[in-house]
Design a protein around this ligand. Sequence first.
Ligand SMILES: *Cc1c(COP(=O)(O)O)cnc(C)c1O
Length: 342
Amino acid sequence: YHVREFEQAVSEKFKVAHCQAVSSGTSATKVALKAVGVKPGDEVITQAFNFIATIEAILDCGATPIVANVDKSLNMDPLELKNLVTTKTSAIVPVHMLGVSAEMDPIMKFASESGIPVVEDNCESVGAKYGDKFLGTIGQAGVFSFDHGKIITAGEGGMVLTNDEKTFRYATEYHDHGHENNPDFPRGLDTCSIPGFNYRMTEMQGAVGKVQLSKLDKMLEANRERYVELVDSMGEEFDFRSIPEKSKTIHDCLIFFEQDEGQRKRYINLLGSEGFGTKNLPDAINWHCAAFWSHALHSDQVEHVQLTKNLLCTAIAIPIWKRKSVEDYKQLGRKLLDIRKS
Ligand SMILES: *Cc1c(COP(=O)(O)O)cnc(C)c1O
């Protein structure tokens, strides 16, 4: 019942009809892709600034990942979609990276005109919105991750969110060996019509997830205070990541671009010596940029996303830590500004 209550709480909090808890964000993505109808031999479009998990979920469905470049918002460039769609495209997966939403209006418009379902990978931006809608509730399905590095955590865990009854039914059956939970039979004699797998969430994860969710707003507010102080003290001269007008971010990190390599090193060294470090950019860029994934992608895909690589190589992501105070962020902003002026 912990998992049931966690699903219920997520439905209420994010205003979505159905939630299916699963074992991880990666399995949530795979379950959601299967549920919207992705079949072996299909193509699924996602983006080049991402985490490898999205690509793995597509491959595990037997489909081919197609990667769009990102724009200065560091999310899917909606203008690329029309060039990447083929007759084999069976899903589009925009990924809301590091707290900021993708530009969902043009993506949803293009997808609905083309009759292609959208699965939002919202593993990194739980609680953020686009307009008045929570991310993960705009496409036909959305997915959350609760691994140890995410906004809220259950150690490991994931969730599939959907307003579509059929998508939900498939996700429920597929994640649990095809069980239909037929009310006319005990579980041992339950009916089934599709082969599934075991991607179930445990009761222990469900119990932790409920408590974490109850703390979400408080945690996001703590992030916001630190982020606002940092931005204020850095002033207006930095070349910040652009944020879509309708995006309500969760202030998970602050990203800016610096073209000059020497200057970039000075910023990164300061972040290191002050105990902030960076968040994925640049410290884990290999795991977040498709240009490094020739082990998983066709070579033409790797070639196509050099544009994204060039952009990401100039980006620095400052993590927002609760263990650092609002005052720490104010001091940090001033020191970064000193470097900029020097
Ligand atoms: C973390 C993450 C995932 C995978 O989540 P896990 O729960 O670790 O399996 C998928 N996509 C993105 C964008 C992520 O950041």
